[in-house]
Design a protein around this ligand. Structure first.
Ligand SMILES: NC(=O)c1ccc[n+]([C@@H]2O[C@H](COP(=O)([O-])OP(=O)(O)OC[C@H]3O[C@@H](n4cnc5c(N)ncnc54)[C@H](O)[C@@H]3O)[C@@H](O)[C@H]2O)c1
Length: 298
């Protein structure tokens, strides 16, 4: 028996302080699911959500400050959840970064390891391990819903670690498909472009970026709905990777012979249509600048 409703259950959502994670937290709470957000910090909207939940007798939303790249803190997020709300039934390791300047293939400024890989790959793996152990110990069904991306199937030279990290997530989820037999469902949503602070943070790193009209992109709430369906709907078995755009448009991403992102938002070159030609040129110019500098002729 896999989980078929989130009502009355307990969830952990990393990255739940903002964007898609926050929308998922809201939706879970509205379905009577208690949630712990594990994030570095809260933005104004999530702060209000946590504060309001403390005074209202609806499902709880708690915040545990967590750097998911620190496994000790990740472990503490699980023990905090168990002691305040109970063993989790749903775990969403949604925290992610879009290859920021401080952990970027082209900048290459780190000396020991790539934080982007620690956040986007290692944390979802470790959270999955912790979740499996928690579900088994409590002898109850559980769902782990990851956040991949259409970027998993798009080869973008300016964000090679990001795209590869999402391909890692999609395939990681598939390797765990047969855990469904143990009542543990591991699935992923693979959103197209979603209008979240991830993009504004990226804009702020480059003075010329941010020229695309993002108003037509999917909203975080639309992606959250797909994540809820992945948790509750038995048509989505373990190992499912579900591409999601706005307006309820979804597509199953197959492991073999998959045709690639097919949403109306994707252009013939495989890039989100919403990303303007200006932004694409800026990305290209930024890489050319790196190459020229390293050749010594910038
Ligand atoms: N926005 C998009 O277009 C899009 C598309 C596909 C997939 N995604 C994925 O969706 C997920 C959520 O992204 P979003 O768009 O909502 O962005 P967002 O920036 O709004 O949310 C990401 C959250 O992760 C948190 N986070 C980052 N590093 C952390 C760390 N070390 N420890 C704890 N928390 C940390 C941030 O504080 C933030 O709250 C990411 O995995 C992202 O890759 C986003």
């Amino acid at each position: 028996m896999t989980l078929n409703t989130v009502s009355g259950k307990v969830a952990i959502v990393t990255g739940g302080g903002s964007g898609i994670g926050l929308a998922f937290v809201r939706l879970l709470q509205s379905r009577n699911c208690n949630v712990v957000i594990g994030d570095l910090c809260l933005i104004e909207e999530s702060k209000v959500l946590v504060e309001e939940s403390a005074v209202r007798s609806v499902a709880k939303v708690l915040f545990k400050e967590t750097d998911v790249s620190d496994w000790k803190q990740l472990g503490e997020l699980f023990s905090f959840t168990e002691s305040h709300l109970g063993v989790p039934d749903i775990v969403c390791p949604g925290a992610g970064v879009f290859e920021p300047k401080w952990s970027n293939f082209w900048e290459d400024s780190e000396t020991d390891s790539y934080k982007t890989i620690a956040i986007n790959c290692e944390h979802p793996v470790k959270a999955t391990r912790l979740a499996i152990r928690a579900f088994l110990k409590a002898d109850k069904p559980g769902v782990i819903v990851h956040i991949s991306s259409t970027g998993a199937q798009v080869a973008a030279l300016n964000i090679p670690i990001y795209c590869s990290s999402k391909a890692f997530i999609s395939h990681f989820v598939r390797t765990l498909a047969s855990l469904q037999a143990e009542n543990i469902k591991v699935v992923a949503v693979a959103p197209g472009a979603v209008n979240t602070p991830l993009w504004s943070k990226w804009d702020n790193e480059g003075s010329e970026r941010g020229k695309s009209d993002r108003s037509a992109w999917a909203s975080p709430a639309e992606i959250a709905k797909v994540m809820l369906a992945l948790c509750e709907d038995s048509q989505y078995q373990g190992g499912t990777v579900l591409e999601a755009y706005g307006g309820g448009r979804i597509r199953r991403v197959e492991m073999l012979n998959d045709p690639g992102p097919s949403g109306a938002d994707i252009g013939v070159d495989g890039r989100p249509k919403g990303l303007s030609r200006d932004d694409l040129n800026i990305m290209q110019e930024e890489i050319q600048e790196h190459l020229a500098r390293e050749r010594g002729n910038a």
